[in-house]
Design a protein around this ligand. Structure first.
Ligand SMILES: Nc1ncnc2c1ncn2[C@@H]1O[C@H](COP(=O)(O)OP(=O)(O)OP(=O)(O)O)[C@@H](O)[C@H]1O
Length: 590
């Protein structure tokens, strides 16, 4: 929590010192209003008892100026406070994007110990921006409470101890909040699932299937179930945790009642001037409000601190991963592949799985070769492709690029030299020029380069069909753009991957799944020719044996292991799993 506190205290002033100063001033002045008015009433009654008209006028004027000053500062400072909160929020969100969007591996999205934390931050990130403001108001409220205690103590010294009776209530609230925080973290997998169900039920892409299968009611029911079961845990924790808060609060009320009795007695005994007693009684009437305010502010401040701590955890985990994955003195990625990529004893297990997804993989992928990865669903093809791109860290073994261990490369540098197209590509809803050009940021504005990439991916027909050519807006979820078919989105993604020239590794993870036969044939031929000319390794994950048979090397995976390798003729002769799967598929085409 100390780290979160120091982050909250320093981020505001670092981003905007002037606005932070105003926030501090407003927080303190606003809280001083009650005390100031109580003192004014005390002075008023003192002067009134001396029948001094001039004195009364001066005090009335001073009171009016004081009220105008405090309320004016509050009103004038309102937008400054909002603006500072937005600035902090912006900074935090940008940093979150930097960390979560650039960690070298996919662990932050897939390893639950990390993805749950990231989900908590996504859900509670709105609490981080107001953290500085809440903390300052909390400090202001604490100062006001102390000032009230001093005033009351000047009537009856023992009353200085009154705020101490508020401490158990504050501590109990803190403890209750900590328990709530843990319950929220425990409920994170359920809330994430509820979010997913909400997205399924309310967004465009799944809308077709949810209507066709009449899923709205079912999704609503499950969403409610997940939400309720997560919420029940939080509510149950809240209920138990609030009991000590209520008891501590009662203790304070009793102490307050005793304080009032003591002050009235001092007044009757003539132990203090009338004005002071009036001010002390006036201030004591505010104590409950002050303590209540203090408790509310501590709750909200703790919410901010908790969200900040989760954010800092995500940042720290990202830094730990970076330190483990990015070598201090990286080896340069070769300009061109000479020998090829070798895989030695490669093994990998997903974090929530008992069985490895890949084990004992030994392979040589020669430079310039087209390598087809085939195997049944769940055999490990996509996992292997992700290992080659460095998106997962090998549990065992290593990947060698021309003899250099992939782990010795800077991940960004390696990824800048490879390219990939996936079966379920991201629909980048921008102009066609951007959706393709983003494959190579440096050349995204170069129309020749974008057109060439579209040609390579067989996107000429798509381009010709769009009303504004490269400037056509794509997609209908984010704006009123051109709707594309599944195959057309796939073509855009394939073109994006073709923006990178002469990659050392080209991963094609079923990029032809939604393409027609002609488009698939064209695409495969293009990539095979490019790969052979440029000398990189082309890894093609496919279920279509008509495509796989043209590869230079076919690797058959089964249960995370390589069970066969060779070219089509050799594998058919070997009459193993490949031959069986090939015959099964061929049956439908002859
Ligand atoms: N993110 C993940 N977390 C946990 N397990 C996973 C994850 N992704 C895949 N797996 C598991 O790893 C194994 C290999 O999956 P992978 O996606 O690599 O198979 P595949 O051969 O590409 O399958 P398909 O042909 O269906 O695309 C499967 O048992 C799968 O359930």
């Amino acid at each position: 929590m100390i780290g979160a506190l120091s982050f909250v205290l320093t981020t505001g002033p670092r981003i905007d010192r002037f606005r932070s100063l105003i926030v501090v001033a407003v927080a303190i002045l606003e809280q001083a209003t009650g005390i100031g008015l109580a003192v004014a009433i005390g002075l008023f009654s003192e002067v009134a008892s001396g029948r001094s008209t001039g004195g009364l006028v001066v005090i009335a004027l001073c009171t009016a100026v004081f009220v105008m000053l405090t309320q004016g500062t509050f009103i004038a400072g309102y937008f400054t406070r909002l603006r500072l909160q937005e600035e902090i929020q912006n900074e935090v969100e940008h940093r979150f994007i930097d960390v979560v969007g650039t960690t070298p591996t996919l662990e932050v999205h897939e390893r639950s110990s990390r993805s749950d934390k990231a989900a908590v931050v996504r859900g509670a990130r709105g609490e981080i921006g107001p953290g500085f403001d809440r903390l300052m108001w909390l400090a202001g409220a604490a100062l006001a409470l102390i000032a009230s205690a001093v005033l009351m103590a000047s009537v009856v010294p023992v009353l200085a101890a009154l705020p101490l009776f508020a401490i158990p209530a504050v501590l109990a609230t803190r403890a209750a909040d900590r328990k709530r925080g843990r319950a929220v973290e425990r409920a994170a997998p359920r809330t994430r699932l509820a979010d997913h169900l909400f997205t399924l039920a309310t967004t465009a892409a799944p809308g077709r299937e949810t209507r066709l299968f009449g899923l709205a009611g079912e999704l609503r029911r499950r969403h409610r179930e997940e939400w309720d079961s997560g919420g029940r845990d939080i509510a149950g924790t809240d209920r138990l945790a609030r009991v000590p808060v209520a008891l501590a609060w009662m203790l304070f009320v009793l102490a307050y009642a005793a304080a009032v009795v003591l002050m009235v007695r001092a007044g009757l005994a003539g132990d203090a001037p009338l004005g002071l007693i009036v001010a002390a009684v006036a201030v004591s009437s505010q104590i409950t409000g002050q303590v209540q305010g203090l408790l509310n502010l501590s709750f909200w401040t703790l919410e901010s601190l908790r969200a900040t701590r989760a954010f800092l955890d995500v940042v720290e985990d990202g830094a730990v991963e970076r330190a483990a994955v990015v070598p201090a003195a990286p080896v340069a990625v070769p300009a061109r592949l000479e020998g090829g990529i070798e895989v030695e004893g490669l093994g990998f297990r997903y974090w929530n799985r008992d069985r490895p997804a890949l084990s004992g993989i030994d392979l040589a992928l020669p430079a310039g070769a087209v390598v087809a990865l085939v195997g049944e669903n769940g055999a490990g093809k996509s996992t292997f492709a992700k290992m080659l791109s460095g998106l997962y860290r090998p549990g065992e073994g290593r990947v060698l690029v021309d003899g250099a261990d992939l782990a010795q490369f800077a991940p960004d540098e390696w990824r800048a030299r490879i390219t990939a197209a996936f079966q379920d590509p991201v629909h980048i809803e921008l102009s066609l020029r951007d959706a393709v050009g983003l494959g190579r940021l440096e050349h995204r504005a170069d129309p020749e380069r974008v057109l060439e990439a579209l040609r390579t991916a067989g996107g000429d027909k798509l381009l010709a069909s769009l009303p504004e050519g490269l400037d056509t807006r794509l997609g209908r979820s984010s704006w009123d753009g051109e709707g594309l078919s599944g195959g057309q989105w796939q073509t855009v993604a394939n073109a994006r991957s073709a923006m990178r020239r002469a990659p050392l590794l080209r991963i094609l993870d079923e990029p032809t799944a939604s393409l027609d036969a002609r488009a698939e044939e064209w695409l495969f031929q293009q990539y095979a020719d490019l790969g052979r000319q440029e000398g990189g390794v082309t890894v093609l994950v496919t279920h279509r044996f008509t495509t796989a048979r043209a590869a230079d090397l076919i690797v058959v995976l089964d249960g995370g292991r390589v069970v066969e390798t060779g070219d089509h003729d050799a594998l058919v002769r070997a009459d193993g799993l490949y031959a069986e799967l090939f015959r099964l598929q061929a049956r439908y085409f002859v």
